[in-house]
Design a protein around this ligand. Structure first.
Ligand SMILES: Cc1cc2nc3c(=O)[nH]c(=O)nc-3n(C[C@H](O)[C@H](O)[C@H](O)COP(=O)(O)OP(=O)(O)OC[C@H]3O[C@@H](n4cnc5c(N)ncnc54)[C@H](O)[C@@H]3O)c2cc1C
Length: 402
């Protein structure tokens, strides 16, 4: 009887898991023995790293043809429940009905989401660039500002959070606002960051470059301050200061999918399941976690994976391979990924490209911009939907040559 690998999620990790499992299955001539089933709301890869750019609804890539040529069965639905005792998942189907699916191996690749802390008015009034529909709502709103009379509120954007996403979002904003409001508008873009430094998680390496870029784009920084409330007219900070703004973008805290909580195993502070070298969840031999839903060691030096495509795609390849290897009685491949780079878009100023975990800047400004453009337009997209190319893209250990 055939066995089933169920993959939850069609993001960077889930897609690569499906391709790598299909690749090993094909190499073993076992297409009839293993069913690979991927469950997600739609067969589309949402290009989340580009959602701070213009036209966010376009930031997606179709996956159905890719799944068809690799014989991966796509099930449209949203997983509500994982029952680890019965080895089943419960799926809400688009019809409104629920279905229960059995798995022999489960790969949890349900990703992450930005979470809103309990700040008064945040859910009602702040925008986000985390998901395509949310980012589109922001850009529709920015375009609608042109219909409003000139005011400080209209012309000011507050970006809450000065981490990776906050910096990229803010750097795009001045040019976007000018294109909507005209060159003469008195625009202000302000980043509010509660840490005392911009890009607190990026460390000191790229900071001088980031500060120079933001200065040259006219972006203001308010550091060491938190937003305590948001309303339709602006934000209030913890020192009582008020910033008038009808556009507040929340970019703080990512958290792993709540499905991770349904598996009784250790999780890190981001809600990610802490996995072993094979990306298996300890205590659950049939379950692998991957991408933003997993916390794995990247090397023997103590570096953990980050919530980024650079880790999600290779993690996906190893998790899919290892789930299939288990069923095909092949050896598992331990995940490792020693090289680490950081590339941050800095809007019209350019970009910054760093190498290593201490983020030593090797390219900046206009010299780094083509690298960022290549990452965003090529490296993070799925392969062509022909069988040979698609299966080759699933090989564990391959990385884009950045
Ligand atoms: C604005 C922004 C900028 C970013 N910039 C960068 C960058 O420059 N570089 C970088 O490397 N990374 C960047 N990232 C992070 C990167 O996008 C994530 O690390 C990556 O998307 C993680 O891939 P994933 O496959 O684990 O999860 P996701 O891409 O989040 O995919 C999760 C999948 O699971 C599905 N899913 C979720 N819940 C369920 C459920 N219950 N049932 C069924 N399916 C479900 C989703 O629909 C989706 O298909 C950025 C993220 C954002 C939001």
């Amino acid at each position: 009887m055939s066995k089933t690998i169920v993959i939850i999620g069609a993001g960077f990790a889930g897609t690569m898991s499906a391709l790598s499992a299909a690749k090993l299955r094909a190499e073993c001539g076992s297409d009839d023995e293993i069913d690979i089933l991927l469950v997600a709301p739609e067969p589309v890869l949402s290009i989340r790293p580009r959602l701070y750019e213009a036209d966010p609804l376009q930031m997606s890539a179709p996956l159905k043809a890719l799944f068809d040529v690799t014989n991966v069965r796509f099930v449209s639905g949203f997983v509500r429940r994982i029952d680890t005792k019965r080895s089943t998942i419960t799926v809400d189907l688009p019809s409104g009905e629920q279905d229960t699916l059995l798995y022999d191996r489960l790969v949890l690749a349900a990703g992450s989401r930005v979470v809103s802390p309990p700040i008064s008015g945040l859910d009602e009034h702040a925008f986000s660039v985390d998901q395509r529909d949310e980012a589109d709502e922001l850009w529709q709103h920015v375009h609608s500002l042109a219909d409003r009379p000139r005011s400080a509120e209209r012309d000011t954007v507050v970006v809450a959070g000065g981490g990776f996403t906050g910096i990229e979002t803010a750097a795009e904003m001045p040019a976007r606002l000018r294109s909507v409001l005209g060159e003469k508008a008195d625009i202000r873009v302000i980043i509010v960051e509660r840490a005392s430094d911009i890009g607190p998680d990026l460390g000191p390496g790229p900071r001088p470059v980031i500060e120079e870029a933001l200065r040259s784009l006219g972006i203001e920084l308010i550091l060491g301050r938190s937003i305590v409330s948001v309303d339709a007219g602006g934000v209030t900070l913890d020192d009582g200061a008020r910033i008038a703004s009808s556009t507040v973008v929340w970019t703080g805290g990512l958290r792993a999918s709540p499905l991770t909580e349904q598996i009784d195993a250790p999780r890190d502070a981001l809600g990610r399941l802490v996995v072993d070298a094979d990306l298996r969840v300890p205590g659950h031999p049939a379950i692998f976690a991957t991408g933003d839903a997993a916390c794995a060691m990247t090397d023997g030096l103590g570096h953990q994976t980050l919530m980024c495509c650079q880790h999600a795609m290779p993690l996906g390849r190893f998790s899919g391979h290892n789930a299939a290897a288990d069923l095909l009685h092949r050896p598992a491949l331990p995940y490792s990924q020693e090289r680490y780079v950081t590339c941050l878009d800095l809007g019209p100023w350019g970009a910054v490209f760093c190498e290593g975990w201490d983020r030593k800047v090797t390219l900046s400004g206009s010299a780094a911009k083509p690298v960022k453009q290549q990452i965003n337009s090529t490296f993070i997209y799925p392969p062509k939907a022909d069988r040979e190319t698609a299966l080759a893209a699933g090989r564990p250990g391959i990385t884009a040559d950045v």
